[in-house]
Structure formats: structure tokens, C-alpha cells
Design a protein around this ligand. Structure first.
Ligand code: SF4
Ligand code: SF4
Ligand code: FES
Length: 235
């Protein structure tokens, strides 16, 4: 069976090429990549760790859809590419620096600990799923907004921000809400691509909707609606 891999090397001419490789049937994409590297081309570059869907490091795109290479079984003619919305370093490896920087921008951790807070099992359930995020960047790659607004906080930082807004132990939920107003909750188009590709079943789109509701409770307005309003008055 044959698959194609989009390869990139900054100093090669041209830097980007698509190469075809013969692979064994029934193996995972990660096993196929490892076999190509061991037997055919030692320069093939990709990222992987746990080989069992836990570390999130092996995410790539296959035929335009984000998958974990260690969990995906290739099919004849598949095209394997690096994730989008992050600069390619080499072949299937992207530079994750900018995407990771969205976490501190969204204040995606506990800001003030309320020691008196009691967490019920129901409340714990509400924030459990977001804690399963393996930071694979699949949702970040699938998000169409990042193509036109690179400073957008993106789905995994926003879903993690919601996790702490909804946590009863957070004594300062507003600090998260304040942090996600610029290039954040209101810039999402609610297309749902992030939710569709998440290997952990997390729903960033749903969490962004909840962040919007909470933002409104703190007095924030959708800036797009505000401009419609002033347009109406001027007209
Ligand atoms: S729902 Fe929002 S965050 Fe998710 S992919 Fe669409 S635009 Fe991006
Ligand atoms: S929310 Fe899902 S798709 Fe996004 S980084 Fe976390 S695990 Fe990956
Ligand atoms: S190698 Fe860890 S998730 Fe695939």
C-alpha cells in the first residue's frame, strides 16, 4: 500500500515536496513512519512519544483531517501533512511555541485558590473532561479563525480557561473572563471543527459558548453586535 508524505526542509530547493512510500498494511501511521525512517529514509522527521494516544505529540493531518499518528490506520493513497496554523520546522514537526503561549495569555490555570470551596461530584464532572486535554494541537490546526487572525487564543486555551472559570475552587473567575476578551471568545465562529477533531472528546466550541455567556454576565458585550448597533444608529 502507498501513502504520500508532505515533506519540508528550509534549505532544500524547493523546500516543500510530496514523496510516496510503500508501507505495510494493518500498521498504525506511526509504525509506518518509524519503519520508513528505519529502512528507507533516516531523514524523515516526525514527533512521537507514548505510542498510545496519551502524550499528544504525534498529531498530523491525513487527507486534511487531524489525527494522532499512533491511533490511525493508514489507507491506500493517504496524504500525510504537518498540522496547520503553526510554522513547520521540518517534515511533520511544527513549532508549537506560539500555540503554547496562548495558555498564559488565557490565564488557563488557577488564579486564586478558595480554600473554603466545596466541590461536589457534579461540579467535579463539569471540569473533568477539559483536564483530559493532551495538548495535541489538533483543534488548533483545525481552527479556521487562526488562518486569518493569528493572535486568536484558539480552542485548547479557551477550553482550559473555561475549566477554571467553572471550578468552584477558583476565587477569581473574572480574571479568566477578562483575559479571553481580546482575540478570544467573540472571534470564534462556533464552526465546531475543534470539537470534531478532538481525540479526547472535549468540546471547545461548547466551552467557548459557556465563556460567552459568562462574559455577558460580567457585563461584556459581543463587539460584533456593538458595531451592528452603531451602524444602525448612523444609518
Ligand atoms: S468553534 Fe471556534 S475555536 Fe473551534 S474551530 Fe471553530 S472557530 Fe475555531
Ligand atoms: S482540546 Fe482536544 S484536540 Fe485540542 S489540544 Fe486538547 S486534546 Fe488536543
Ligand atoms: S505518540 Fe503519544 S499520542 Fe501518539
Amino acid at each position: 500500500m502507498k501513502i504520500s508524505i508532505k515533506r519540508y526542509h528550509a534549505t532544500r530547493q524547493p523546500p516543500s515536496i510530496t514523496q510516496s512510500f510503500e508501507i505495510e498494511e494493518g500498521v498504525t501511521l506511526l509504525e509506518a513512519l518509524q519503519s520508513i525512517k528505519a529502512r528507507e529514509d533516516a531523514t524523515l522527521t516526525f514527533r512521537a512519544g507514548c505510542r498510545s494516544g496519551v502524550c499528544g505529540s504525534c498529531a498530523v493531518r491525513v487527507n486534511g483531517r487531524e489525527v494522532l499518528a499512533c491511533a490511525y490506520k493508514p489507507k491506500e493513497g493517504d496524504l500525510v501533512e504537518p498540522l496547520r496554523n503553526e510554522a513547520v520546522v521540518k517534515d511533520l514537526v511544527v513549532d508549537q511555541k506560539e500555540a503554547f503561549a496562548t495558555l498564559p495569555r488565557a490565564r488557563a490555570w488557577l488564579q486564586a485558590y478558595d480554600e473554603a470551596a466545596v466541590v461536589t461530584p457534579e461540579e467535579e464532572k463539569r471540569t473533568e473532561i477539559q483536564s483530559d486535554c493532551i495538548l495535541c494541537h489538533s483543534c488548533y490546526s483545525a481552527c479556521p479563525v487562526l488562518e486569518t487572525l493569528p493572535e486568536f487564543l484558539g480552542p485548547f486555551a479557551l477550553t482550559r480557561a473555561w475549566r477554571y472559570v467553572a471550578d468552584p475552587r477558583e476565587a477569581d473567575p473574572k480574571s479568566h473572563i477578562d483575559a479571553v476578551q481580546h482575540a478570544g471568545v467573540w472571534d470564534c465562529t462556533l464552526c465546531g471543527e475543534c470539537t470534531a477533531v478532538c481525540p479526547q472528546g472535549i468540546d471547545p466550541k461548547g466551552d467557548i459558548t459557556l465563556l460567552r455567556t459568562k462574559s455577558a454576565q460580567y457585563g461584556y458585550l459581543d463587539p460584533n453586535m456593538q458595531s451592528f448597533g452603531s451602524f444602525g444608529l448612523d444609518f
